[in-house]
Design a protein around this ligand. Structure first.
Ligand code: HEM
Length: 320
């Protein structure tokens, strides 16, 4: 069975063609499908189950406020964050190359609210629509290799994320991976100017990876200890960039990147200073659509609004 960085899933070709699949995927169906692939684990997230809660702060650059009027781009703010591994396995191996690493951030705003940013270590997601993701998960859960191969053949964009991850080394640390917001957002400044962007965070010291042999030698559980040792010496820092879209760049397809020549503006430095109690991360969801005024989500992307609904279902089940 091919390893899938987010999920795994199953549905017969007959079902794929059935009228039922033409309907919109419901949030509960997606969480049930994730559970079918990874198991339902009481009190835990249905996805990105294995993770580490952290804290730190964000310091904006002088250029950031020209692009967005959001308060986090006006003055430094504290943050709570969570590093995680993709998928719903609470014992997911830290050394798996073709899994995404995640970073989720609550920027804590002066008015007591939050603005969230949720990114993974690949610039693309595995599915363009919730329906396509549901089909994929259902097929993987069914463990029928022929059906999965047929799905990948008919939906080649769902293979891009895995190929992207396999072509790069395994990140040596959560602190040495680069992270991407995947979807298109827009920044709005005080004059009302609107700029489509994609988020990208790069470790200040650059990407550091492990060879396949080194990754194997590290074993399945080394990220937590590595972070602990790192924080004893200093913070893990990332440069946060807004990659600037141009007219005609797609804003509806999280399986597809923009052309590589798009310019970036450095918006600030994310500084992760230490571990935080899990409760600070588990008390709510990191919601990619919880955004301060001055940041807006693309209205054309079908995956992005579904994420908030799915995360709420997962939250409801893990807090019951
Ligand atoms: C329809 C598509 C998706 C579904 C069904 C889904 C599902 C989930 C679920 C159920 C959770 C756990 C929520 C909770 O209990 O708090 C989660 C967390 C997460 N997802 Fe997604 N997701 C989707 C798309 C994406 C995309 C496109 C990204 C790329 C940025 C992403 C990145 C993350 C990260 C980083 C977390 C961890 C958040 C944390 O640490 O609490 N997801 N996802």
């Amino acid at each position: 069975m091919r390893s899938l960085c987010f999920g795994i899933g199953a549905l017969s070709l007959a079902l794929l063609a059935s009228p039922a699949m033409a309907q919109e995927a419901q949030p509960e169906q997606l969480i049930d499908a994730l559970n079918a692939v990874f198991g339902a684990h009481a009190k835990m997230r249905a996805a990105h189950t294995k993770g580490i809660c952290v804290k730190g702060n964000f310091t904006p650059t002088a250029e950031a406020a020209a692009l967005s009027k959001a308060p986090l781009f006006a003055a430094p703010v504290p943050l709570v964050g969570r590093f995680s591994l993709g998928g719903g396995n609470p014992a997911a191996p830290d050394n798996q190359k073709d899994n995404v690493r995640g970073i989720a951030l609550h920027f804590q705003l002066p008015d007591g609210g939050v603005s969230d940013l949720v990114m993974v270590s690949a610039p693309i997601f595995v599915a363009k629509t919730p329906e396509q993701f549901l089909e994929l998960l259902t097929i993987v859960a069914g463990k029928d290799k022929d059906k999965l191969d047929a799905f990948f053949k008919a939906n080649p964009e769902t293979t891009r994320q895995g190929a992207w991850l396999k072509a790069r080394p395994t990140p040596a640390s959560y602190a040495t991976a680069d992270y991407y917001g995947v979807h298109t957002f827009a920044l709005i400044n005080a004059k009302g100017d609107r700029q489509p962007i994609k988020w990208k965070a790069e470790p200040v010291g650059g990407f550091v990876g492990l060879s396949d042999q080194e990754a194997e030698g590290k074993g399945m559980d080394f990220y937590a200890a590595e972070l602990n040792e790192r924080f004893a010496k200093g913070p893990a820092e990332f440069n946060l960039y807004a990659v600037l879209g141009q007219p005609g760049d797609q804003d509806d397809d999280p399986t597809s990147e923009w052309p590589a020549d798009r310019k970036s503006v450095k918006m600030g430095t994310i500084s992760i200073t230490g571990l935080e109690n899990d409760a600070a991360c588990d008390v709510a969801i990191f919601d990619p659509n919880a955004l301060a005024g001055g940041i807006e989500a693309s209205k054309n992307d079908k995956i992005l609004p579904m994420r908030s609904l799915d995360y709420a279902v997962s939250f409801g089940r893990r807090t019951n």
